[in-house]
Design a protein around this ligand. Structure first.
Ligand code: C2E
Ligand code: CA
Ligand code: CA
Ligand code: CA
Length: 275
């Protein structure tokens, strides 16, 4: 039994090492990926209750030279750990400015949502870098929503909110991404310059057929209404979900039912055809 136990530990250690090695390789490949042009942005439409396009979320894509895709759920956490998220985030910001300019030129001035990671947001130079990106591109900051997660708000609340206020004064709007999956506290919501709450797709998955999931969605909608915040529900895949939302608060919606994340040119072509 003892030998088996030791063997179990050895297997465990081997697995840990393999996982750590994979992370290291991935981290190295990712920093090369930015230089090699393997990264791109897709955009996913957000629609209002009538199905009209109101905005789009910018989502990063990594296509390796061999043609395989690495999902963001795998590489974003690695980028967070290695710090690579800082230059990546800067790159995303520039891509968002370019996308907005292209959309304006095409006659579709959609509001663009950008995912901002906590590590990026916490950089002392973050506000200055954002300002520079907008000034260099000549795009109005009013066109952008920064999606941040509740995890950002756990530490240094005063420093974080001060930074948010500075960015909000420039015209940037803030959304709490994956709302309800983190450390929600009603207290903080009132103290922050917020524009929007985003209902995570994990809650939408159970709505409307499961009572618990549905209750969570209804609670978030009521809370947002009370606070005067816009809501985007993500992961809308079925007519039943859309119908439920039409009868409950009419939030904006994002999901495969309306639009998959698309390269900019494909999104523009779609908007040209009428959404
Ligand atoms: P997220 O911010 O919660 O983004 C929503 C995710 O849901 C996206 O996954 C999107 O493709 C997916 N999605 C949209 N509609 C549906 C649907 O109807 N059904 C289902 N099952 N999924 C749907 P994606 O693109 O794989 O991104 C995963 C996560 O990676 C994002 O989650 C976000 O946290 C992160 N991420 C993506 N791009 C960036 C980026 O540029 N910067 C940062 N910091 N994080 C990013
Ligand atoms: Ca997001
Ligand atoms: Ca997220
Ligand atoms: Ca989410």
């Amino acid at each position: 039994a003892k030998a088996a136990g030791r063997n179990g530990v050895a297997v465990f250690e081997t697995k840990m090492l393999a996982a750590a090695e994979r992370q290291l390789t991935l981290g190295r490949d990712l920093s090369a990926a930015l230089d090699n042009g393997e990264l791109s942005m897709h955009l996913q439409l957000q629609v209002d209750h009538a199905g009209q396009p109101v905005g789009a979320e910018m989502l990063m894509r990594w296509r390796r030279a061999d043609g395989t895709f690495v999902p963001p759920d795998i590489f974003i956490p690695v980028a967070e750990t290695t710090g690579m998220i800082v230059p990546l985030g800067q790159w995303v910001l520039r891509q968002a400015c370019l996308a907005r300019l292209a959309l304006e030129a095409a006659g579709h001035p959609l509001q663009l949502s950008i995912n901002v990671s906590p590590r990026q947001f916490r950089q002392p130079e973050f506000v200055a870098q954002v300002r520079t990106a907008f000034e260099e591109s000549g795009v109005t900051p009013h066109a952008f929503v920064f999606e941040v997660t509740e995890g950002l708000l756990v530490e240094d609340f005063d420093m974080i909110t001060a930074k948010m206020r500075e960015l909000a004064a420039m015209g940037i709007r803030f959304s709490i991404d994956d709302f309800g999956t983190g450390y929600s506290s009603l207290g903080y919501l009132k103290k922050m310059p917020l524009y929007e709450l985003k209902i995570d797709k994990s809650f939408m998955r159970d709505t409307p057929h499961d009572a618990n999931g549905t209750a969570i969605v209804q609670t978030i909608l009521a809370m947002a209404d009370h606070l005067g915040l816009r809501v985007v529900a993500e992961g809308i895949e079925t007519e039943a979900q859309a119908r439920f939302l039409a009868e409950n608060g009419r939030p904006c919606m994002q999901g495969y039912l309306y639009c998959r994340p698309l390269p900019l040119a494909e999104l523009v072509a779609r908007l040209d055809r009428g959404g």
